[in-house]
Design a protein. Structure first.
Length: 781
DNA sequence: GCGGATCAC
DNA sequence: TATGGTGATCCGC
């Protein structure tokens, strides 16, 4: 839309400029700049919104102050060294400069307003804006003469221009028009990149080559859409975007594809014009005396010392006039969210209801794209416009209203409790789901489940169970007895399938597993399918549920042996060559090294120690990695893995149904899925006691129950159970609290700070952080 | 993994 | 009366 870029200055200037006054040329019928400023300030001053803006401004100023202090400590020697390093990088960039592409940026002028005027000619000679009294999306040029801009609240716009007509948005209509336009754009570049309904990048390099051979009359037309639009033509996206903004309205600008032309264009360009340089970055750089791209280049060594690598690399790209020369599509989506602003809601009950509604909306949206994820985040904005987010990641993917709400509600409850007896005075709430499994995860899951079902002669799903202190001895005893047994025997010994009304694990009950009728049917079905599968596919890949390594073996016996060996853990270390991979037909066989289990002595000790010390144990049935859980079972602790791994994987959920849905293999599992559903709704699953909070959960849905357990773990309720024995320093909740109470500015002031840009234009390849999870640390105390 | 921030549209 | 919603990314824990 009509993004307007603020210039540097205090909040008042920022605000006024945000509302578009930096390029305001008051027309005959408009308002002059001072008048507009005055009206806006009158409407703004004293508001809670304004108060928060001031607060944010102070934080930015603090950041700048910190940066300046850091700058003062830089020695000339450091600077010289940095200069060498930066220039070396600049040289590399220069060598890779690519001027062979022709990129066009298309920006439809006042798009929504233009569509509304097209459909209602009466509006043509009037000032209009699209949006509401709360917020405007865009305005036409007539309205802009009064200072009415996108991102301005309608009620302020009305004060600036009482005759302003505010049209409610018709997104369906805009989408339709946008689609028409995009059809035209596709003629020039079938792979064009749409950034929004009214903005797109085209790479017309190929088109231009083909045009060379066209007849004269055909060549004189160029992108006629019938709509007013800006467009900029340049050798890369960064320049093209700046170009399209150059000759508004309805203009065109080209940067010729030679280095000198690019540098001339860049020379006096304010950095704020560049996509990715926002208000804050502009202000920080201005504090260093940087406003134009030339200045950005001159200060490159300093910037490399004050900013993160990601950031100064980005700066260097900009100051050399470099940008993307190909239009990279965004990959798979990484999150999905809903949020809503409303007039104050302070009653907890209403907040929970609202939360549930948002979860429901989100669940519907997720379903449309078939998405499931593991991290639920709530967002809260209070009446003072202060924003908070709280997240919780569970071990298996969730997607339904109930599942998401089970998590979101606890996050909300924590926040409500934290402020008690004061209510949360909210003006906005949002719910987001993220951590979607990628394709690799899904394949992995699938192999895991197939491998598991194939190898095992039991595959009952069980809910998480907890072993209470009184049962510990029995549990450990049964573990001991099973030490020499095969994997599934052992797991059977460990697991508890209670038919009682709680999941207190009292004894190993092997019989009960085998008497489940539907399970027998399920198992038979699965074996049939897998037999078929084996015949048709010689290089089936399994993932060992113990060591989580791929087993590229066609031989089930071999796979079973591997699993058994894994279970036996350290005792078989060094004997792993017993597993044959010689039947594999694929050339990818053994691509991964170290496919065999092997455990160090210390790992073994860890394992044994924690077995002895664990007062609380989860019992797991089949272990598979990352399998979503409809019928989930857990054993973080009886697994051979180390603390870290247990901590990061508190549960190893297992879900036939979901795996079936995701299945793309030759194995057809659909009918088994229906059996699984029956299985997971066994009547005896109805009264579940959470092993963490010890409260009975009124649900027969195992996934929901397990979500509850995850949430309990994440909340650190366990501290209530073990507060005498456990050091809770790393508990997330505690952590959160201290973070909240010590303002961010204070905190960062004491740390080395290399502020970064936060844009999608940076190309950092961050190494994966250590994702160890605090929540289960308590178990190993 | 979490939470605050920044940015784009 | 009244200052949005969605998605991504980065940084420092």
């Amino acid at each position: 839309m009509d993004s307007t870029k603020e210039k540097n200055g205090n909040y008042k200037d920022d605000l006024l400029l945000r509302m578009g006054l930096n390029d305001n040329k008051a027309g005959m019928e408009g308002l002059d700049k001072d008048k507009i400023n005055k009206i806006i300030m009158e409407a703004t001053k004293g508001s809670r919104f304004y108060g928060n803006e001031l607060k944010k401004e102070k934080q930015v100023n603090q950041r700048i102050e910190n940066m300046m202090q850091q700058k003062a400590q830089i020695t000339s020697q450091q600077l010289r060294k940095a200069q060498l390093q930066v220039d070396r990088y600049a040289m590399e960039l220069e060598q890779s400069r690519d001027l062979n592409n022709t990129i066009v940026h298309i920006d439809m002028d006042a798009f929504y307003a233009a569509v509304e005027m097209r459909d209602n000619p009466e509006l043509k000679d009037k000032p209009i804006a699209v949006g509401s009294m709360s917020m405007l999306s865009t305005s036409n040029y007539y309205a802009r003469r009064f200072g009415v801009r996108a991102a301005m609240p309608g009620f302020i716009a009305k004060r600036l221009c009482p005759q302003l007509i505010i049209v409610p948005p018709n997104f369906d209509k805009y989408r339709a028009v946008s689609t028409e336009v995009k059809e035209i754009l596709a003629d020039y570049d079938p792979n064009f990149l749409a950034m929004s309904l009214d903005e797109a990048y085209l790479n017309i390099t190929k088109h231009l080559q083909e045009r060379q051979n066209w007849p004269e009359d055909k060549r004189k037309y160029f992108i006629k859409t019938g709509n007013p639009l800006e467009n900029g033509i340049a050798p890369n996206t960064m320049l093209a975007k700046v170009c399209s903004d150059k000759n508004k309205p309805n203009g065109q600008y080209q940067v010729l594809p030679n280095r000198q032309a690019v540098m001339d264009f860049i020379k006096d360009l304010p950095i704020r014009k560049v996509s990715g340089i926002g208000k804050v970055t502009e202000k920080m750089l201005k504090a260093l005396g940087i406003i134009t791209c030339t200045e950005l280049y001159q200060q490159r060594a300093l910037l490399s010392l004050l900013f993160s690598e990601t950031s100064w690399h980005h700066f260097l790209h900009i100051s050399l006039g470099l940008g993307s020369t190909h239009l990279a599509r965004d990959g798979e989506r990484k999150s999905m969210s809903v949020e809503r602003t409303f007039s104050e809601i302070s009653k907890a009950e209403e907040q929970y209801n609202l939360c549930q509604e948002l979860c429901s909306e989100l669940a519907q949206d997720l379903q449309k794209e078939g998405l499931k994820g593991r991290t639920v985040t709530i967002k809260l904005k209070n009446v003072n416009f202060e924003v908070k987010t709280r997240a919780s990641t569970v071990s298996s993917v969730v997607s339904t209203t109930e599942e998401i709400f089970a998590i979101a509600k606890e996050l909300l409850r924590t926040e409500i409790d934290a402020d008690f007896p004061h209510p949360l005075r909210l003006r906005l709430m949002g719910v987001r789901l993220s951590s979607f499994p990628n394709e690799e995860d899904k394949r992995h899951q699938q192999r895991s489940i197939i491998g598991f079902l194939q190898a095992g002669n039991q595959s009952q799903s069980a809910p998480r169970c907890i072993l209470e202190n009184t049962d510990k001895d029995q549990f450990l005893k049964s573990l001991e007895m099973s030490h020499k047994k095969s994997f599934f025997d052992k797991k059977r010994s460990e697991r508890k399938w209670s038919h009682q009304d709680t999941f207190k694990c009292e004894a190993v009950d092997k019989q009960s597993l085998q008497t489940s009728h539907s399970f027998q049917v399920l198992k038979k079905k699965m074996n049939e399918n897998l037999e078929t599968s084996e015949n048709s596919n010689n290089s089936q890949i399994f993932t060992c549920p113990i060591c989580f390594r791929e087993q590229r073996s066609i031989s089930l016996e071999a796979f079973n042996k591997h699993v058994d060996a894994c279970l036996d853990g350290p005792s078989i270390s060094g004997t792993s060559n017993m597993f044959s991979h010689s039947h594999a037909s694929s050339t990818e066989v053994n691509k991964k090294e170290n496919v065999y289990p092997s455990f160090s002595q210390s790992e073994k000790q860890d394992y044994e120690t924690h077995q002895r010390n664990s007062e609380i144990n989860f019992i797991e049935l089949p272990e598979t990695e990352d399998n979503p859980a409809k019928a989930e079972s857990v054993d973080a602790l009886s697994d051979k893995h180390s603390k870290e791994e247990c901590a990061s994987l508190p549960s190893k959920p297992f879900n036939i149904e979901k795996c079936c849905q995701n299945s793309s293999s030759t194995v057809s599992l659909e009918d088994i899925a229906s059996l699984s559903r029956q299985e997971s709704s066994q009547p005896y699953l109805q009264a579940l006691v959470c092993p963490v909070c010890n409260l009975e959960q009124k649900t027969s849905d195992l996934t929901l129950f397990n979500v509850h357990v995850d949430v309990c773990l994440n909340k650190g309720i366990i501290q209530e159970l073990r507060k005498d024995k456990v050091n809770l320093a790393n508990q997330p909740r505690e952590n959160t609290k201290s973070t909240d109470n010590s303002g961010r500015v204070q905190k960062t002031a004491t740390k080395p700070k290399r502020p970064g840009l936060m844009t999608k234009y940076s190309a950092s390849k961050k190494t994966k952080p250590n994702n160890s999870r605090h929540t289960l640390d308590v178990f190993f105390k």
